[in-house]
Design a protein around this ligand. Structure first.
Ligand SMILES: [Zn+2]
Length: 360
């Protein structure tokens, strides 16, 4: 079983972060002022579906206290063991047929079999077809008393406004590095594994704010290493980009020294660095430079976790560049990123970007 599933929170109190959402939902459950449709939006892997399941459990729990499910009554256990017929989970990405939309409308009318509420969790709801949206909208216009809909999406902009306006909306935020590290460290302890805080930090950073991705990487590390996960094991899964090389490439671009930038780039590739990862880091560094340039050094330390040495170098580079130039660099690097999948020589688009940026 994956760590993400094994350690999936079973109560609101076990969810890391998203405090205002947890408090509002628990309050509504406690006060029995439950809405018929909820919309959970935000990036992937940050607990939208987990929260939806806990909510479904809490509204149906036989011993619900302060909005929390008890996790031990028949109803709670049925849901935890995935055998609750009144909890209907639909994946918007795979349920795209018209018949299923009709099924939904039919199905909603029937009373729940066991639970007080029939709860529909529709994941990736933005992927539904127009027909399904229409069926859903009709249902949301006159929802039966016994039905609760929880719609989850990573792309709120793709949802029809008519649907959004009928839901109580919650915006889930990306998890911070510290929150993820805290959670990874708890899991490591439960699994009786030892891994350095620096290692956990690297995992958290690589996961880009997603608990699911972070726990996926941690699982890989556990499967590779012994009880004690060494920094070398972390290096295998998350190769270190040499900060020196990144800064050298960037400084070559800014000072229009194509030779320095391209030689360093190829040195890095020959040394085993993945061109895509390198480009990702280059974009991240250029972004830091741009923020540094427009907001000042204090912002850099507060928002970005960079090593002190790299910070000094970045400040020097910021002084040598203009905001306009940095936007241009980012522009070109992002274009190169899109092209990378199209060519057989992965570093070629990056080399082209360097030549273009240094030749004006
Ligand atoms: Zn219960």
């Amino acid at each position: 079983m994956t760590l993400y599933r094994k350690y999936r929170p079973q109560k609101f109190s076990e969810i890391t972060g998203q405090n205002h959402i947890k408090m509002t939902l628990m309050h509504e459950i406690e006060e029995k002022s439950i809405a018929h449709a909820y919309l959970f939006c935000g990036p992937r892997g940050i607990g939208k579906t987990t929260t939806a399941r806990i909510f479904a459990k809490a509204v149906n729990c036989l011993n619900q206290k302060n909005g929390e499910p008890c996790t031990v009554c028949d109803n709670c256990r049925a849901m935890q063991e995935n055998r609750a017929i009144d909890l209907i989970e639909i994946d918007g990405a795979s349920n795209r047929r018209i018949e299923e939309a009709r099924d939904l409308r039919e199905n909603v009318r029937f009373l729940p079999s066991v639970f007080p509420y029939k709860v529909y969790i529709i994941d990736e709801v933005h992927m539904l077809t127009t027909e399904s949206f229409n069926a859903l909208l009709k249902t949301l216009e006159e929802p039966p008393k016994h039905a609760i809909f929880i719609l989850a999406t990573t792309e709120i902009n793709k949802l029809p406004k008519t649907i959004v306006s009928r839901c109580q909306r919650f915006d889930f935020s990306r998890a911070g590095i510290e929150d993820i590290v805290k959670r990874l460290s708890e899991i490591s302890q439960k699994e009786k594994r030892i891994i350095s805080n620096d290692g956990l930090k690297r995992v958290a950073k690589a996961a880009g704010g997603s608990f699911r991705d972070a726990e996926g990487i941690l699982g890989k590390l556990f499967s590779l290493g012994d009880d004690k996960i060494s920094d070398e094991t972390v290096d295998v899964i998350l190769p270190r980009q040499s900060t020196d090389q990144l800064l050298k490439i960037l400084s070559g671009i800014i000072q229009k020294d194509a030779r320095q930038a391209i030689l360093t780039l190829n040195e890095a590739i020959d040394g085993g660095t993945d061109a895509g990862e390198l480009l990702k880091e280059l974009i991240e560094f250029s972004r830091k430079l741009m923020v540094l340039k427009s907001a000042g050094a204090q912002e850099l330390t507060e928002f970005f976790d960079v090593e002190i040495e790299a910070e000094k170098e970045l400040i020097t580079l910021a002084e040598k560049s203009t905001e306009k130039q940095l936007v241009k660099i980012l522009d070109n690097l992002i274009i190169a990123q899109g092209r990378m999948k199209l060519v057989d020589i992965p570093q070629l688009p990056l080399e082209m970007a360097i030549v273009e940026l240094t030749s004006e």
